[in-house]
Design a protein around this ligand. Structure first.
Ligand SMILES: O=C(O)CCC(=O)C(=O)O
Length: 305
């Protein structure tokens, strides 16, 4: 392997919109990250993250992982991972944001079919999210599912009742062949590089094992957000150059991108996909997308991402 990827990895990313790479992130970082998550989940800190509606004693997303322990920044900045990102989006790389999905045993929320770009359209599509498993992931504990090749279909409809709903109604309805869906089963430490237009999802975790994933996202320095909605407002203050040079020009792909204008404010992908943002007025999370609107009393919101 000359760089971070084999030629098969690169071909898979180009042809299918994703590739699964093992051994790129150091095992010791993955072990430390898992220990930190164990500690956070065992703590009674109220603002650790978003809770599972079906069992509020369980967390479904840990907010602002990089502000909670330096191991997450070490993963974000780890050399081999960034080498891979450079191979996909070019030499000038900006860290966009990160999140940590927990998928607790028995209750871990499903993630509906969606394209990341629908949440944060940019001037071009040289963006990549990297889903890094912290636990071994199989179909039983709801590994990531990807519709292979769907990144070639452009930006698909994510509207529900005429407003951004954060999800695709059904694969067939938007012209994605259900037979193209691949289950990304892989051991802890595996990194799944996702094109911003590839359609992906995961089931509810009905097993007795966690399926946790840390998900940093990157972009080419000359890709800038074109919609200052909740996602950009929340994450842009923490975006920073990690490799190469800052852009002095912006690169624009010729396209019409639907803007993610929702019917009501939403704190997370889970919330908008479930539609609970429509009934959640007055319950803005201090650590969710809308933290920028809620002055922090304890400093936590400034660190959130
Ligand atoms: O955690 C998962 O299975 C999918 C995560 C995802 O697609 C997202 O949070 O955008």
């Amino acid at each position: 392997m000359a760089g971070a990827f084999t030629s098969e990895h690169l071909k898979s990313y180009t042809d299918n919109g994703f590739c699964v790479v093992e051994g790129l992130v150091d095992d010791s970082l993955i072990r430390r990250a898992r220990d930190v998550v164990d500690r956070l989940l065992a703590s009674d800190t109220k603002d650790v993250g978003e809770r599972e509606p079906a069992d509020p004693s369980m967390v479904r997303r840990i907010w602002a992982p990089t502000s909670r322990d330096e191991v997450f920044t070490q993963i974000v900045e780890s050399g081999p991972l960034l080498d891979g990102v450079c191979e996909l989006v070019g030499a000038n790389v900006v860290y966009q944001y990160s999140k940590l999905n927990v998928k607790a045993p028995q209750v871990g929320s499903m993630v509906a079919w969606h394209q990341d770009f629908a949440y944060y359209p940019h001037t071009n599509t040289d963006l990549v999210a990297v889903l890094i498993y912290l636990d071994d992931a199989t179909r039983e504990n709801a590994c990531l599912k990807v519709a292979s090749g769907s990144h070639r279909l452009g930006l698909l409809d994510h509207d529900v009742d005429g407003a951004f709903g954060g999800k695709i109604s059904s694969l067939e309805q938007v012209g994605v062949d259900p037979a193209s869906v691949v289950d990304c089963e892989a051991p802890a430490g595996a990194a799944i590089f996702l094109h911003p237009l590839v359609v992906h999802a995961s089931e509810k975790n009905t097993s007795d094992r966690y399926r946790r994933a840390f998900i940093p996202a990157y972009r080419s320095a000359d890709a800038l957000p074109i919609y200052y909605g909740p996602h950009a407002a929340h994450n842009e203050p923490n975006a920073r150059l990690l490799r190469g040079r800052s852009a002095t020009t912006v690169r624009c792909e010729s396209a019409h991108w639907r803007l993610p204008i929702a019917a009501a404010e939403f704190n997370s992908l889970y919330q908008i996909q479930e539609g609970s943002h429509l009934t959640a007025s007055g319950r803005k999370s201090t650590t969710g997308y809308f933290s920028h609107e809620v002055p922090a009393t304890d400093g936590s919101a400034q660190a959130a991402q």
